[in-house]
Design a protein around this ligand. Structure first.
Ligand SMILES: Cc1ncc(COP(=O)(O)O)c(C=O)c1O
Length: 448
């Protein structure tokens, strides 16, 4: 019997796409570092009757009746977050990472205030003040950068902070492969009287498992998505530390008010249940082993790629992520490599690199990571084999040149995609990928 028989019967079009997506996840190597495969328990909670409920407000302080069980679930999620990350306050209601970060701005800044975050092409997230994000429009954004080695330039951060006296400084990244220097940032933020917020979306699992240093003793606020290394459903958490409460005793209250009623309406209770479950899972010894293996895998992959002559930003990794620098082959090659890897069944994403010579849409890097592969049970041996596959595909398309004329690019890429379908090397790698995936079954027993 199908696990989705109602969808199958009621909406065959959606069912068909869902079935194809499950096959895609099973048959391919998922290497986007912000993705993961949740447990069956998290999946069940996310697709449960909890989606039917409205519960504006907070536990015991709701605007709707019938929330006694939702209160239990949200309280469990809050208490588990506090225990796991060792913080006195947590809000588990943000719909996702971007609204969580917006809530932090609105709780501690006024529009027009100066804020600092890592520049987008240096690895920062859109919501850390990039110009096309509302966070870069509503606030005066002063971005900081990485140095020539690809490390956050702490001296530049200090200089910019002294000159601009920001109200809020972000530490956190979406494409950064080294450990984050929380203590150095804390000194700077304290010197200029700024709030320091750590966005640990990518590394939350590693922090919870003790595999990456925790920011909790250094920063005032911590935000995180719950669906990356933490392996929960799509959602987010905002936490306030003791240091944050010492700076402003009303900080937690301000954040609660900014989330609801400031920015959001009713929380997504099915997600809250998924977050509670993921936090319980993350507190177990197996999760520490899992996160330790994520980093071992990413280091093994980095080493094997370097041995293949593939250049990496900052020459390696200390976390779950790697950033391939394709500029030795020319600029703007990310799109060709991403498309060719897609055709081979390896999912990655094209990404800007520090001092990007091309553009965010046609960048010169490839971002990849090991959380999802590690969830499947893959280890160093598989990483070595995958490095060979990646290198073969990269070398196969490295000489492709993006037309200068922007109009010509779409047609050229459509032709390139077509050619990939009959590329023998890509086809061989596709077969190897399928064979490897078959050895590490995903959602075993799930029938669509
Ligand atoms: C560091 C960081 N912060 C925030 C976000 C935003 O999260 P969401 O996509 O859930 O809005 C991301 C997502 O990739 C991220 O990497």
């Amino acid at each position: 019997m199908s696990d989705m028989e109602h969808v199958r019967n009621e909406d065959p079009e959606v069912f068909k796409a869902m079935e194809a997506e499950l096959t895609r996840q099973r048959d391919g190597l998922e290497m986007i570092p912000s993705e993961n495969f949740t447990s069956m328990a998290v999946l069940e909670a996310s697709g449960s009757v909890l989606t039917n409920k409205y519960s504006e407000g907070y536990p015991k302080k709701r605007y709707y009746g019938g929330n006694e069980f939702i209160d239990e679930i949200e309280t469990l999620a809050i208490e588990r977050a506090k225990k796991l990350f060792k913080v006195p306050y947590a809000n588990v209601q943000p719909y996702s990472g971007s609204p969580a970060n917006m809530a932090v701005y609105l709780a501690v800044c006024k529009p027009g205030d100066t804020i600092m975050g890592l520049n987008l092409s240096d690895g920062g997230h859109l919501t850390h003040g990039w110009k096309t994000s509302e966070t870069g429009q509503l606030f005066k954004s002063v971005p900081y950068h990485v140095d020539k080695q690809g490390l956050i330039d702490v001296e530049e951060v200090r200089k910019l902070a002294m000159e601009n006296k920001p109200k809020l400084i972000w530490i956190g990244a979406t494409a950064y492969t080294m450990s984050l220097p929380f203590a150095e940032f804390a000194k700077i933020a304290d010197e200029v009287g700024a709030y320091l917020a750590a966005d640990i979306s990518h590394i939350a699992g590693l922090v919870a498992a003790g595999v990456h240093e925790s920011p909790v003793n250094h920063v005032h606020i911590v935000t995180s998505t719950t669906h990356k290394t933490l392996r929960g459903p799509r959602g987010a958490i905002i936490m306030v530390t003791d240091k944050g409460i010492a700076k402003d005793p009303l900080l937690a209250e301000k954040i609660d008010k900014t989330i609801f009623p400031g920015l959001q309406g009713g929380p997504h209770d099915h997600t809250t249940a998924g977050i509670a479950i993921a936090l319980l899972e993350a507190s177990k010894p197996e999760f520490k082993e899992y996160c330790t293996q994520i980093v071992k895998n990413s280091k093994a992959l980095a080493q094997a790629l370097s041995a293949e002559g593939i250049k990496l930003v900052s020459n390696g990794t200390e976390n779950h992520m790697l950033l391939i620098d394709l500029t030795p082959f020319g600029k703007g090659k990310g799109v060709f490599v991403q498309e060719a890897l897609d055709a081979a069944g390896i999912t990655t994403n094209k990404n800007t690199i520090p001092n990007e010579p091309s553009s965010p849409f046609y960048p010169s890097g490839i971002r990849l990571g090991t959380p999802a592969l590690t969830t499947r049970g893959m280890k160093e041996e598989e990483m070595k084999a995958i490095a060979k596959m990646l290198s073969t595909v990269i070398k196969e398309v490295k000489d492709r040149e993006l037309p200068e004329d922007k109009e010509e690019r779409t047609a050229y890429l459509a032709k390139f995609r077509q050619e990939l379908l009959s590329n023998k090397k890509v086809e061989e790698i596709r077969k190897e990928v399928r064979a490897m995936c078959a050895k590490f079954p995903l959602y075993e027993g799930m029938e669509l």
